[in-house]
Design a protein around this ligand. Structure first.
Ligand code: 2P0
Length: 346
């Protein structure tokens, strides 16, 4: 038996300017542009291998060791587009093996909890699209492939790049200009670090897709957010990243997380992604920043209760002194803060 195989990893990306709302559900076209920071591949990532061969009749997927359906329209759309691109190559060069006619076997593994608001669908669809594009030896650029990944899951388009990434919402009705572009590579600002506080690793209650549909339909605050708040913030956040302006970046990141969760709360009936522990983390971050009189940490929360904290490498000890003291889990970390200090902040 002959098999052809390609593998890739795709990292998780965490939005600092949030995507929330679709103007076209079938094509996954967003109501606003967004910005994200891609996490290190060493931490949170999906590893995907795609295989094909003349004897494979069906498409199959194994996710985290368990066979899963590939029947969803979004997945089918990604596979269809990738096969069409491969078919074009085969039509141009008849010596190429007919991959587009054969089944695909896809094996995918996350090294973090799936569907718990840790952007597993982003890394998952990005890895799926890139693994198959490599297998098919497609000449398309990452930005072009991001248009396919976007149709699997909106945020997936941003996981095709490392570092600092913008998803430009585009204007076209067919989605041909709604794609991810790199703002800066990871090496541009390597001092920026992320820590994830896993508050709850179980599956979220309201899926992102249904949550954003409800917000678009019912929230008045949302209209203001997409019309005036996000377009301004997009420009400012891009500048903050390009200029490595940490305090500006922190402020915008926290404000945008709050703005997104406010539109969730303003949906009817309201959607709650953050829980009491999440709120405690928000207060702690502001308290830490107040204590030092400067931005030491910035929080952001996606469609779940888990916190992503951004900080500069030089402030790692300052931040973790608080975190470890508060959660009292990790021995060996010295902190100059007393219980009394902490209680004052919380
Ligand atoms: C984001 N989120 O920008 C925002 C912030 C969650 C909160 O993108 O329906 O899984 O597959 O396009 O991409 C999560 O939504 O939604 C998300 P679909 P997706 O990262």
């Amino acid at each position: 038996m002959v098999y052809y195989i390609a593998s890739t990893t795709a990292p998780v990306n965490i939005a600092t300017l949030k995507y929330w709302g679709k103007r076209d559900k079938a094509l996954n076209l967003p109501t606003n542009s967004s910005i994200s920071v891609t996490l290190s591949q060493d931490d949170l990532r999906t590893l995907t291998s795609a295989a094909t061969g003349p004897e494979l009749r069906q498409d199959k997927l194994w996710l985290n060791g368990k066979e899963e359906s590939l029947a969803s329209e979004r997945t089918q759309q990604c596979l269809k587009e990738l096969r069409t691109l491969r078919k074009q190559l085969e039509d141009e060069d008849s010596s190429l093996p007919k991959f587009s006619m054969w089944g695909l076997h896809i094996v995918s593994q996350n090294n973090f909890p799936t569907a718990a608001g840790l952007a597993s669908s982003a890394a998952g669809f990005a890895a799926l699209v890139v693994a198959i594009a490599r297998l098919y030896q497609l000449p398309q650029s990452m930005s072009e492939l991001s248009e396919i990944a976007r149709q699997g899951s909106g945020s997936a388009c941003r996981s095709l790049f490392g570092g600092y990434v913008a998803w430009e919402m585009g204007k076209e009705a067919d989605g041909s200009d709604s794609k991810a572009v790199e703002i800066s590579p990871m090496e541009h600002w390597p001092q920026l670090k992320a820590a994830i506080l896993v508050v709850n690793a179980s599956k979220k209650d309201t899926s992102s897709t249904s949550g954003m549909q409800l917000t678009v339909k019912t929230s008045e605050l949302f209209q203001e957010r997409v019309k005036t708040v996000v377009p301004q913030r997009f420009i400012h956040m891009k500048e903050a990243i390009e200029n490595k302006n940490w305090s500006r970046f922190s402020e915008l990141t926290m404000k945008d997380s709050n703005s997104f969760h406010a539109t969730c709360l303003d949906s009817y009936p309201p959607i709650f992604y953050m829980n009491d522990t999440s709120k405690k983390i928000v207060r702690l971050c502001h308290a830490i920043n107040d204590f030092y009189g400067t931005y030491v940490v910035a929080y952001t929360f996606d469609a779940g209760p888990n916190a992503v904290l951004y900080y500069l490498q030089e402030n790692e000890a300052k931040l973790f002194a608080f975190i470890y003291k508060l959660f009292d889990k990790v021995p060996g970390w010295e902190t100059k803060f007393s219980e009394q200090d902490l209680q004052k902040f919380l």
